[in-house]
Design a protein around this ligand. Sequence first.
Ligand SMILES: [Zn+2]
Length: 261
Amino acid sequence: MSSDSRRPGVLQDATFPQIRDKRWPVALLPFGATEPHNTHLPYGTDTILGSEVAARVAAACIAHGTNVVALPAMPFGVNTTQLDLPLTINVMPSTQLAVLRDVVKSLEPHGVRGLVLLNAHGGNELRALVRELQPATPIMLAIVNWWQTADATVFSVPGDHAGELETAAVMHVAPQLVVADRATWGDGRTNPSTLDGVRTGVAWMPRRWTQATKDTGVGDPRAATAERGAVFMTQAVERIAAFCCELAVADPARLWENPDR
Ligand SMILES: [Zn+2]
């Protein structure tokens, strides 16, 4: 007796015939990170969330008749200003570019029309990568920051890193990885910059994590609930899935309206 519980469209789970015998017009590539997330969430938070959103988006699209494949997540992100935090693993933007170029080249011969970079980590600034790669590939490249796709007013203060939004999302998808005793969670308070220009938004500088935070969190996680995480992620998945279905049939020569045509 065997039961097949593999997730539809998740490449890590799929067999050769399952992939070979269909067309896959859209692929999702989650971008995660390996870094501390306050005192209560796992190092793999971004990778876990990106992978889960990708799997749910693939399932939703397949249920609607569009084959979308979720690729394995990139487990390391850009963490150049967190290297003094133990076992944070950084990959340089230039390394991400090299890896992404190879992934795109691998997908090109196999009918993939669109590749969605499904980002789950703020330090991964993927636009420069797409700007560099797009002219060199027929695959339509798009970026989705999953945490920006749904209505964050469901949270009191969504937060930025291991705050209420991310905590609620992990409570929803992997509750066994959230420290149960809420009293031990850091408050995610951040120290303001000592430079006026940075505080007022005239200038941006990357946060030196150990100067800016005490517990590595940015945003108070303590109001998080799994229910709100579920609401937020469900909406995010719906919206990202709708976009993937659009992209599957999009005409790369007509991605913008031309009123003169
Ligand atoms: Zn995170």
